[in-house]
Write a protein that binds this ligand. Structure first.
Ligand code: 5RP
Length: 224
């Protein structure tokens, strides 16, 4: 295991230690969240009783493969605890997420969580957001309209593709990755993106995150 994965696993394990018996836990998506799923599965095998919901089909499959049952988020209005990775996070716990394309379900679970914990290796921590592309989940019908609206906001829209075809989300929508260099006012940008018809979700998580476990050279730290 390389240093980055070692740190992702350390942050994930620390967050999973917060899970208490009987909790409804929201499982995130991505490589850091995968370490949390593995750590939680270890605790379940050791006798912990919890319920889970998943932020993506991939996470649902991973949790089930690890021996955990996964419930349908559609049946729940709140979640006790959610644990998820980030693409980038600033000192005010504002984050960019959605590199794995699961931003819409991730935001719903994060918003529903009494406590939303971000887990990250230290390379994800920045003084100011804006380095990674900002993903949007977009209704396919609105793909070109949204791309033009993003350009009008000063962004550079790129349709996410794989093998020459658009990547489709778990909901059957497309992803538009947007370059917004500098990202001077995340709240204003989030508001503007939310006003564009056809944008079903964006990867700016500005209010959802309550705590952050970061793993660096000197071990894991909790910020809250
Ligand atoms: C998926 C996400 C991920 O949490 C984010 O991309 C971080 O991924 P990783 O833990 O693999 O670095 O938002 O949609």
């Amino acid at each position: 295991m390389n240093d980055v994965d070692f740190r992702k696993r350390a942050a994930a394990r620390a967050a999973v230690d917060e899970i208490e018996p009987g909790m409804l836990v929201g499982l995130g998506t991505g490589s850091t969240a995968a370490f949390a799923i593995a750590a939680l599965a270890d605790r379940v095998r050791a006798g912990l009783t919890i319920r889970t919901v998943a932020t993506s089909r991939a996470t649902e499959a991973a949790a089930e493969a690890a021996g955990m049952g996964v419930l349908d988020m559609a049946d729940f209005g709140r979640v006790d605890l959610a644990i998820d990775g980030v693409d980038e996070i600033d000192p005010a716990f504002r984050a960019i997420k959605g590199g794995g394309g699961a931003l819409l379900r991730e935001k719903i679970v994060a918003a529903a969580a009494d406590r939303m914990i971000a887990i990250a290796d230290a390379s994800k921590c920045v003084a100011r957001l804006g380095r990674p592309m900002l993903p949007l989940e977009v209704l396919p019908f609105a793909r070109s309209f949204v791309a033009d609206a993003v350009a009008a906001l000063g962004g550079t829209p790129i349709l996410r593709t794989a093998g020459g075809a658009p990547v489709l989300t778990d909901q059957g929508n497309v992803l538009i990755d947007c370059g917004f260099p500098g990202l001077e006012d995340p709240a204003a940008l989030a508001h503007a993106l939310g006003q564009i018809p056809g944008v079903l979700g964006h990867g700016l998580f500005l209010d959802e995150i309550d705590a952050l476990y970061v793993a660096g050279e000197d071990g894991v730290r909790l910020y809250e």
